[in-house]
Design a protein around this ligand. Structure first.
Ligand SMILES: Cc1cc2nc3c(=O)[nH]c(=O)nc-3n(C[C@H](O)[C@H](O)[C@H](O)COP(=O)(O)OP(=O)(O)OC[C@H]3O[C@@H](n4cnc5c(N)ncnc54)[C@H](O)[C@@H]3O)c2cc1C
Length: 458
């Protein structure tokens, strides 16, 4: 079957070398960082596509989708494969649509909107944007490898979110063109509120083919670290910087000990038994920040300019979900959760979690602005995995004390906890992929028999 499929697909793209069938290549292109989760590791390790296609144009994407639709073959989009919930792992085989060669930056408009192909790497965009006086509003800590299409398809926010919110907020994703999986695929423009029908939908209801992504004027940044005797002190200091609009910042992170002990390449910036605060601050405010940290009882261990993604050390490599990677390297029994603490109740929430789980639940805070403009303590705590029941119990307990959890140990959009209750994504799937061929199995509320034409929006 594979050989026949590959032969037919090679008629649809200009160069047959962009049809890939080698088992090792398919295995790589069918997986991401799903193994971060001990639960997903067991479920997804043996799933692969039957063939991978690397289109270089929207016309080729349309041709592949038309073919796949006609033969009822699943199609799973892939950017750089840095997702960490198995989002791009094909559950039912079929075609892996690797968009990494569609990586052009078409232009940056005079008002700072980047017009991009989906495979464009975020690090390339950040570098070119800064050359032109702009920069990314926010990016994942996988900046260097991750693609813009994959960020919109599977990501949520990151460095910059403390000032600009997440991908869903403040009109950062201005518009995109989506290729549909209808009997005759169409290219449909979504702009304004309509982007939310497709954003963060893991490629289940359309393939992003061209993206308008809003940037922000570039700032001269300084990377800064300070250590504090206690987590409480580090948290309060970092929070005071994060919530005060007078500070121009891109990152405000806190780690309790022993998390900093996992960061071996920057060991010299940490101190044994001390909590670490890591901040990206406007260089014009760096000296004032040093004074503020010292006044709060901290010892400043680093303060140096950021020159773009190639800066060494690149402190964002230790933040957001990179923290989890360092923890797993230090001890494979660690895994993680994705949480949001309550700004008013977090002191009590920290206390309750410590009392219940001790050092099996380690605090890693990422301050971020929510859609209402309030800066809140987001968190990617490092937790010790013993078994799935205990992990589920931890999640249930967090929720019972008012801590929001987006569960990263599930492989469906709905179970992750960020699916919209107004069902606009499901309705987009019913419209654009009525046969359920795009990344099947990931949007579990979609059933072909539930497809009800009467209730379809026009
Ligand atoms: C160490 C580490 C740190 C991370 N840190 C962060 C972080 O700070 N913030 C964050 O948000 N995420 C983070 N992530 C998750 C991930 O790196 C980002 O979301 C990243 O932007 C995904 O980009 P990608 O190109 O690798 O996407 P992929 O993993 O290739 O794809 C992600 C999803 O999008 C879909 N997709 C890809 N391209 C398209 C397209 N053109 N059209 C439609 N759907 C598409 C895929 O099918 C998949 O479901 C992290 C992951 C790791 C492993």
């Amino acid at each position: 079957m594979q050989a026949g499929l590959a032969a037919e697909l090679s008629n649809l793209v200009a160069d047959p070398a962009r049809i890939l069938t080698a088992a090792s290549v398919l295995d790589r292109l069918s997986h991401d960082f799903y193994w971060y989760s001990p639960v997903l590791r067991a479920l997804l390790a043996d799933k692969t596509g039957d063939v991978a296609v690397q289109p270089i144009s929207v016309d080729e994407v349309v041709a592949v989708l038309r073919y796949a639709g006609k033969h009822e073959l699943p199609v799973t989009a892939r950017g750089a494969g840095t997702g960490n919930y198995g989002q791009c792992v094909p559950l039912e085989g079929g075609i892996v649509l690797d968009l990494s060669l569609m990586d052009k930056l078409e232009e940056i408009t005079p008002d700072g909107v980047a017009v991009c192909q989906p495979g464009l790497r975020l690090g390339v965009l950040e570098t070119e944007a800064r050359r032109q006086g702009w920069e990314l509003r926010m990016y994942p800590s996988t900046l260097v490898k991750a693609s813009l299409g994959g960020f919109l398809g599977g990501g949520s926010g990151g460095i910059g979110s403390v000032a600009h919110g997440g991908l869903r907020d403040f009109d950062t994703v201005r518009a995109f063109e989506v290729v549909t999986m209808e009997a005759e695929p169409r290219i449909v423009l979504h702009e304004g509120a309509a982007v939310h029908e497709i954003l963060h939908e893991w490629g289940t209801n359309g393939i992003l083919a061209r993206i308008w992504f809003a940037l922000t004027p570039a700032v001269e940044w300084t990377q800064f670290t300070a250590v504090f005797d206690s987590y409480e002190q580090a948290f309060r200091f970092t929070e005071s910087i994060a919530v005060d609009a007078a500070w121009t910042k891109r990152l405000a992170t806190v780690f309790e000990w022993p998390i900093p002990s996992f960061f071996t390449p920057i060991k010299h910036l940490t101190r044994a038994d001390k909590a670490l605060s890591l901040i990206m601050i406007a260089s014009s405010q760096a000296e004032r920040l040093r004074a503020a940290a010292e006044a709060a009882g901290g010892e400043v261990t680093f303060s140096a300019a950021y020159h773009g993604p190639r800066t060494q050390p690149l402190l964002s490599d230790y933040t957001w979900n990179h923290t989890t990677l360092w923890a797993i390297k230090a001890d494979p029994a660690y895994t993680y959760l994705q949480c949001g603490f309550s700004p008013a109740e977090c002191g009590e929430q920290f206390r309750l979690l410590r009392a219940r789980y001790g050092l099996d639940f380690l605090f890693h805070i990422e301050f971020m602005k929510n859609g209402e403009g309030e800066v809140i303590p987001g968190a990617i705590p490092i937790v010790r995995f013993t078994n799935e029941e205990r992990l589920d119990e931890m999640i249930a307990y967090c929720r019972s004390i008012g801590v929001f959890v987006a569960n990263p140990h599930v492989n469906s959009l709905e179970d992750g906890g960020r699916f919209r209750s107004d069902n606009i994504q499901l309705r987009a799937k019913q419209r654009y992929d009525p046969r359920g061929l795009l990344n099947p199995g990931k949007m579990t509320s979609f059933h072909m028999e539930s497809f009800d034409k009467e209730r379809m929006p026009r």
